[in-house]
Design a protein around this ligand. Sequence first.
Ligand SMILES: NC(=O)c1ccc[n+]([C@@H]2O[C@H](COP(=O)([O-])OP(=O)(O)OC[C@H]3O[C@@H](n4cnc5c(N)ncnc54)[C@H](OP(=O)(O)O)[C@@H]3O)[C@@H](O)[C@H]2O)c1
Length: 236
Amino acid sequence: MGNYYGKHVLVTGSSRGVGELLARHFLGEGATVIGVARGPASYNHERYRHYQADIADPADLQKLFAALRTTAKTIDVVVNNAAVLTSQYAMIMPAGAAQAMVNLNLLAPFLVAREAAKLMRKAKAGRIINISSMAVSLEPEGDSVYAACKAGLTTLSNILAKEFASFNVTCNTLGITAIETDMLKQLPRDKIDAVVARLPIPRYATADDILNVIDFFASERSGYVTAQTIYLGGVH
Ligand SMILES: NC(=O)c1ccc[n+]([C@@H]2O[C@H](COP(=O)([O-])OP(=O)(O)OC[C@H]3O[C@@H](n4cnc5c(N)ncnc54)[C@H](OP(=O)(O)O)[C@@H]3O)[C@@H](O)[C@H]2O)c1
């Protein structure tokens, strides 16, 4: 059984880090999880369906949804989690790295939300959750494009919330603080520690901090909660 028993949940970037945490949580609560990453699955579960797709490529993303439509009648919950970070001063940021962030961190969540909402519209229910970052508020040097994409997620989410409200689909955003993952490892630890030390609640995020808000947004009781962004750790 579990809180998500019988539900279909799509998690992008499910093979490691926060995405893996989310996928394992939904599986533990009884959901069928559709996970997406470019690489293979990093774990097995009887209710875990892994799709290898580069969702930064709109053509690959369309193929993914064509495949999903043949197997799942609807998707109850979508978490737009996959993202890439290249932290680099603007003067030396390669255009290709900036483009890659826009493609995966902003365009892909739009297309995933839109394609999922086509299924949700038929079911007249759905929850779309975007994973954002404290970088939106903190505006760290080197993260101009990354933070701008994450800020864009809130705007995207708020407008989709209006467009999808008539078929009972909510769209919300969770801005997380630092948590130990491969993405975090690529940044100098002393820099992250200094950022975390200045947070209103000066500590790293825990799995439960994240899952608590995910469960709130995903809850059937949260049908009147849409176009909201919640930041962890007192960030606003
Ligand atoms: N970790 C932090 O401290 C932190 C802080 C603030 C916000 N966030 C946000 O939290 C989310 C998760 O971050 P994370 O730290 O867990 O990242 P991560 O450890 O780098 O994991 C990224 C996941 O996304 C997948 N992925 C990457 N590119 C993809 C693509 N083009 N198509 C499909 N899947 C792709 C990866 O698998 P493949 O490589 O196999 O594709 C992997 O499963 C992101 O939205 C990030 O911006 C993280």
